[in-house]
Design a protein around this ligand. Structure first.
Ligand code: GDP
Ligand code: IMO
Ligand code: MG
Length: 429
């Protein structure tokens, strides 16, 4: 069997969590392959709402195994809180969750450094979620990191203290003392105490050598879906660097983040919103800083699932979408939040950019310092509530035309249209 991949094609928050949850009954294993608690994946069903940060979005189906792969970074305290909140709601987390021993740990002092680095950037702040993502991936790459497997090692505390000292020294060079920092409303010491206790919770979960596990399961004919976090435009290589996250959010990240060979990649499902959002700093060519942008934010409830920050909103950007389709090898698309456009008489879509007077379909090398002026095509809106249809065919013609237009411009089939946050508000084409 092959690994199917589901990932975001924009700047994150496309609705990946909802779709993974909808597709989970078709899969034996759902596996996260990158990112960490910077992710916030929302799932709604039966009037309940859950936001997941580290645990894969297949956790609500008791017959699906959920795997946190080696490419993910785990904050034991965030993880512990997530487990507690799911267990309170009766979700069987422990029985259905496996964790890679090779996944790296986010230490309290990674969060300290995230804050220190962000403060030192002045006006060039990335707008990080401050969950310690950048510093933890930096330690992984510089070969200083601690992994989940280390928790079981008798020398864990010594290794932890040694790495922490390194971090404190870096903070000092930035004129920061760990004693001055507040994390989640707590002093560093109080936060650390909770974090160390959360390591015990993590210790009590089943760990695996996930590269062997996943390949063995594929050999047995099990169906695996890899769940991406963030989005392609936040990829550390191909996103709007330096306004990106610190992992490869694209299909290539599945191979290194789970230990599966490129030849084992199957379908690649690309998730996009019918418009665009971005949270944090960085370029966003189709951003609307006017009442239309406010309308998208209000109607779409565009506030971060992890930080609560308002998301920046704008029209759909086809050069960026096609760039993402190319980088990921997307085989099918799923369009989310079509209902948010219900009240628009006219919808705009950027089909090209104008850069230095020239029209182009390409995302430029320097996304930050290039003025990519979107060239818009206007499309007639459906201007009615999508809540009424029960089949895709019953949805308004103008929505069909919007979908057909995007298919034509991306040369990729749109297999699902989502018209609300609930599991059931989903049309499969
Ligand atoms: P993720 O990070 O990609 O999983 O997405 P988030 O959960 O951060 O953000 C997506 C938000 O949109 C969540 O609040 C979802 O409940 C909501 N959502 C998902 N699909 C739809 C949809 O089709 N319509 C509306 N109105 N909301 C949706
Ligand atoms: P999901 O999986 C949207 C953004 C942050 C910031 C930049 C770097 O829910 O789609 P980091 O914390 O990684 O140092 O932040 O990336 N960002 C996200 N934006 N959705 C996410 O995840 C994000 N994860 C990180 O806002 O601009
Ligand atoms: Mg999110």
């Amino acid at each position: 069997m092959k690994v199917d991949v589901l990932l975001g094609l924009q700047w994150g928050d496309e609705g990946k969590g909802k779709v993974v949850d909808v597709l989970t009954p078709k899969y034996d294993i759902i596996a996260r392959f990158q990112g960490g608690p910077n992710a916030g994946h929302t799932i709604e069903f039966d009037g309940k709402k859950f936001v997941l940060h580290t645990i894969p979005s297949g956790i609500f189906n008791s017959s699906t195994v959920n795997l946190i792969g080696n490419g993910v970074i785990i904050d034991p305290l965030v993880f512990e809180k997530e487990v507690a909140s799911l267990e309170t709601s009766g979700v069987l987390v422990r029985q259905n969750l496996l964790i890679s021993r090779k996944a790296h740990l986010i230490l309290p002092s990674h969060r300290l450094l995230d804050a220190v680095y962000e403060a030192s950037r002045g006006t060039l702040k990335i707008g990080s979620t401050l969950k310690g993502i950048g510093p933890a991936y930096t330690d992984k790459t510089s070969r200083n990191g601690l992994r989940v497997g280390d928790i079981e090692c008798p020398l864990f505390l010594e290794k932890y203290k040694a790495l922490q000292k390194l971090h404190f020294d870096i903070a000092k060079q930035h004129n920061s003392d760990y004693k001055d920092i507040i994390i989640e409303g707590l002093s560093f010491d109080a936060y650390e105490e909770q974090w160390l206790s959360a390591c015990d919770t993590l210790r009590s979960f089943e760990k695996v050598n996930s590269e062997y596990y996943i390949n063995q399961q594929l050999n047995l004919g099990k169906k695996v879906l890899a769940e991406g976090a963030q989005g392609t435009m936040l990829d550390v290589d191909f996103g709007s660097y330096p306004f990106v996250t610190s992992s490869n959010t694209i299909t290539a990240g599945v191979c290194s983040g789970l230990g599966v060979a490129p030849s084992r990649i199957g379908k690649v499902i690309g998730i996009f919103k019918a418009y665009c959002t971005r949270v944090g700093s960085g370029p966003f060519p189709t951003e609307l800083l006017d009442t239309t942008g406010d309308q998208l934010r209000d109607t779409g409830h565009e506030f971060g699932a992890t930080t609560g920050r308002p998301r920046r909103c704008g029209w759909l950007d086809l050069p960026a979408l096609n760039y993402a389709i190319m980088l990921n090898g997307v085989t099918e698309l799923m369009m989310m939040k079509a209902d948010v456009l219900d009240a628009f008489e006219t919808i705009k879509v950027a089909t090209q950019y104008e850069i230095d007077g020239q029209l182009t379909n390409e995302v430029p090398y320097d996304q930050v310092n290039t003025d990519s002026i979107p060239v818009y095509q206007e499309i007639k809106g459906w201007n009615t509530s999508l809540g009424k249809g029960t089949t895709y065919e019953e949805l308004p013609d103008n929505l069909h035309q919007y979908v057909d237009f995007i298919e034509l411009k991306t040369l990729t089939p749109i297999k699902m249209v989502s018209v609300g946050p609930d599991r059931t508000q989903t049309f499969i084409r």
